[in-house]
Design a protein around this ligand. Sequence first.
Ligand SMILES: C[C@@]1(CC(=O)O)c2cc3[nH]c(cc4nc(cc5[nH]c(cc(n2)[C@H]1CCC(=O)O)[C@@](C)(CC(=O)O)[C@@H]5CCC(=O)O)C(CC(=O)O)=C4CCC(=O)O)c(CCC(=O)O)c3CC(=O)O
Ligand SMILES: NC(=O)C1=CN([C@@H]2O[C@H](COP(=O)(O)OP(=O)(O)OC[C@H]3O[C@@H](n4cnc5c(N)ncnc54)[C@H](O)[C@@H]3O)[C@@H](O)[C@H]2O)C=CC1
Length: 199
Amino acid sequence: MTERNNLYPIFLKTAQLNILIVGGGNVAEEKLTFLTKSSPDAKVTLVSPMFREGTSELAKKYDVTLITDTYSKEYLKGNHLVIATTDNPKVNIQVYEDCRALDKLVNVADNPPYCDFYMGGIVTKGNVKVAISTNGKSPTTAKRLRQFFEEVIPEDIDEMVQNLNEYRKTIKGDFEHKVDKMNEITQKLVEKNKEGKND
Ligand SMILES: C[C@@]1(CC(=O)O)c2cc3[nH]c(cc4nc(cc5[nH]c(cc(n2)[C@H]1CCC(=O)O)[C@@](C)(CC(=O)O)[C@@H]5CCC(=O)O)C(CC(=O)O)=C4CCC(=O)O)c(CCC(=O)O)c3CC(=O)O
Ligand SMILES: NC(=O)C1=CN([C@@H]2O[C@H](COP(=O)(O)OP(=O)(O)OC[C@H]3O[C@@H](n4cnc5c(N)ncnc54)[C@H](O)[C@@H]3O)[C@@H](O)[C@H]2O)C=CC1
């Protein structure tokens, strides 16, 4: 049987969660860059003996706290999600084990077996967000797909979402009637794609 991706994507309300990144090097900066690009309201703390200049810049721009120290278990307190990015595999695995013991979700960025979740490729257009994962098999494919969808999803998709949001408030009747109406007026979206037309 061919393999399939069994991961379940969820859309986290980052404004009401605390995220800890352990480490302050290239990988930490990459993860922080994509995290804040998608979720500028994310509350993030980094703990590391050293930080890159770009990381300090991001910390000034967003809700990011930098703690200059080596990792210890105490830093997990108050954090819901943890991402370990140090260049010391023993430290990363320690972070993983400490998190599992406390039922916190953890990602060891360079080590898929030690991830409860993966960071994905992300496209945001107004209220619409698309997240992409290759099941950890090819991050570069996730990046290319992200770039592809950034191109093909129209910039005005948010206008349609806003209009439909207004319209669904105006439909009278029971739930079933509303569902039928919403399905009816959005039917053309999928029909067009089936016929390969874009206008
Ligand atoms: C499993 C996962 C765990 C996680 O980090 O969450 C993971 C793991 C690893 N990444 C590695 C390398 C690279 N990662 C990228 C880029 C991204 N990686 C991201 C996610 C993930 N990376 C998760 C799986 C997601 C999925 O399911 O598809 C993205 C999508 C999101 C993000 O980083 O936030 C972001 C693109 C964002 C964007 O552009 O939109 C590039 C490309 C580049 O930078 O150009 C390279 C270099 C090329 C290469 O090596 O392929 C290595 C090898 C390290 C080594 O060789 O030692 C491992 C470890 C391994 O696979 O074993
Ligand atoms: N550079 C890359 O693009 C990739 C690197 N990797 C792997 O990921 C790991 C990290 O890579 P980089 O970020 O490039 O390394 P790096 O050397 O740039 O950063 C490592 C960071 O970890 C911090 N650190 C070390 N011990 C610590 C501790 N006890 N507590 C807290 N922080 C600590 C360091 O101060 C530094 O900020 C390496 O194992 C590397 O092989 C994996 C994928 C890609």
